[in-house]
Structure formats: structure tokens, C-alpha cells
Design a protein around this ligand. Sequence first.
Ligand SMILES: Cc1cc2nc3c(=O)[nH]c(=O)nc-3n(C[C@H](O)[C@H](O)[C@H](O)COP(=O)(O)OP(=O)(O)OC[C@H]3O[C@@H](n4cnc5c(N)ncnc54)[C@H](O)[C@@H]3O)c2cc1C
Ligand code: FES
Length: 287
Amino acid sequence: MFKILKKEKLAPLVFGFEIEAPEIARKAKPGQFVVLRIDELGERIPLTIYDFNEKNSSISLIFQEVGKTTRQLASLSRGDFIGDVVGPLGKPSEIKNFGTVVCVAGGVGAAVIFPIARALKKAGNRVITILGARNKELLILEKELSSISDDFFITTDDGSKGKCGVCTDILEGLIEGGQEINRVIAVGPAIMMKFVCETTRPHGIKMIVSLNSIMVDGTGMCGSCRVTVGGETKFCCVDGPEFDGHLVDFDELMNRQKMYLEEENTSLKEHEAKELKKGKCGCKRDK
Ligand SMILES: Cc1cc2nc3c(=O)[nH]c(=O)nc-3n(C[C@H](O)[C@H](O)[C@H](O)COP(=O)(O)OP(=O)(O)OC[C@H]3O[C@@H](n4cnc5c(N)ncnc54)[C@H](O)[C@@H]3O)c2cc1C
Ligand code: FES
């Protein structure tokens, strides 16, 4: 059992947890993730290790409430326990002094990019960060990311903060302005990563993406996280989650992400019905 030491609300549907997990905290590296299960009847979901503190024997996770399990997770409080947390899983990010690295984060992708950007900065890179969200309410980790970046840009789709537009507008501006860029790392919705890759491809800039495919066991056994990279089948949980973005078949990834949409909706509705029965669900969203 893994105790929640701290809970924080970072945006309307985004929460941060600090969890007691000494073994994971001791081994975790930037870019790795855990697979957790709230209780023995729960489904397994992967979440990135946002931070790890060996001294406190704890790891931090940041998650967005998007469906049944993340909603259930958000209903837990400080002092509650999570049944299983397995990790660290996945290959750590490649951290070296590459020169100038542009980190592009969309929405909750900021939680994935932060430990990577921080390690890259520590390794001597010039770090440029572009943080994008639909609107200013959905921007997270602004202070944390700007504190470890040499240059920091914000974009919002509705213009409520930073530049009105999408992350690729800033990236295009940097490339066209002659900024030397040795590597770009993008984390966010698959469609955003696809467009970042299309922006860097004509310029031959090394491009890394962290893929959010559906995962179950997280250890290469079930095949649910299968992705095609450079025409080869890879398992995101053991071969990734980071890959050369120019080689990823994003259309296949996006199709596979929708594979269980019907089951996910049913599961969320059943969960809401149970919570309503218990008089717990304060959700006012359209069903
Ligand atoms: C390596 C990795 C790291 C991730 N890190 C984070 C993170 O740090 N913070 C965060 O908010 N989200 C992260 N995600 C996404 C997160 O796992 C999903 O949002 C979560 O599983 C949704 O579960 P749900 O039951 O609440 O929603 P559901 O209603 O079940 O699903 C909503 C959507 O989430 C995705 N999803 C559902 N189940 C899974 C699953 N088992 N594995 C992967 N995706 C799934 C699908 O696209 C689905 O359509 C990560 C995903 C991967 C693969
Ligand atoms: S999650 Fe099962 S093989 Fe990757």
C-alpha cells in the first residue's frame, strides 16, 4: 500500500500527489513512469514520475482527470492509500549536453517534460521551453518550467495568456529566426506531437516524443501499448516511452488510443452512477 503524503490541485481537473514509495524514489530517472492500481478491482494506468525525492522516500505524480480511474484517484485525499504502484518503468530519457534543446509541452505533458528539462539544464544545455494549453486555466507548472529554462514561452489557443495560437507557432518562429536548435522534445496530445514533428522534419532537427499509448501491464507482456516506429513494432512501455518522433506512425497511435472509447465511457458512467447512489458525486458535467 502506498500512502498519499500530499495532495495539491494545480488546475480545475489537474492534481498533484506526493506518494510514499521509497524503492521507486531510489531508482527513478527522468522520463520514467509508474503503473498504478487504486485497489484490487481497479484498472492499471500509467503516470509519469514527475519528481522523486530519495530523502523523503517519495515520488510525485501529476494527473488530469479524464475518465474513471483518474476521477477515482482525484477523490483520494492526503493520508489515503493507493493499492499498487509499480515502477520505475520505461527507459529513462537520454540526458547529455546536446547544446540547445527546445522542450515543447502541451497540457498535462508539462508534468512529463519538467523532470527531463530540469535534467537537461543540469547537464549544461540551453533549454528553451514552450508551454501550451487550450486556455490559461489549464496551464500548469509555469513557475517550475520557467525557473529551469533559459527562454520560456506560453501559448494558449484562446489567447487568454501568452501568445494566442499553438506551440508550433513559437517553434516555427525560433527556427525561421535562425535559432540554432540541436534537439526538440515534445510531450502532449498525439496530434500536437505529430505537428511538432512535421515542423522540425524539413529542417532535419533531432526530434524526440514521449508517447502516451494505452498500457496495461507496463512490462512488455500484453501488447496493448504497441506502436510502429520506423516500420517496426515497438512496445511503448519497454522500448519507450520516448522515440524518434520522425519515425512514429502517429495516425496508428491515435487510432489505437480510441480502441476502448466505448468501454471507457461505460466504465465512467457506471462509476458516476455508483457515486451518485452513495451521494458522493458532485459532478455537474454533461453525461
Ligand atoms: C507512459 C505514460 C505516461 C503518462 N503520464 C501521465 C501523466 O503524468 N499525467 C496524466 O495525467 N496522464 C498521463 N498519461 C495518460 C494516463 O495514463 C491516462 O490519462 C489514464 O490512463 C486515463 O485513465 P482513466 O480511466 O481516467 O480514463 P479513461 O476514460 O479510461 O480513458 C481516457 C483516455 O485516456 C487514455 N487511457 C486510458 N486508459 C489508459 C491506459 N491504461 N494507459 C494509457 N492511456 C490510457 C486513452 O487515450 C483514453 O481514451 C500517461 C500515459 C502513458 C502511456
Ligand atoms: S503495456 Fe503491455 S506490453 Fe506494454
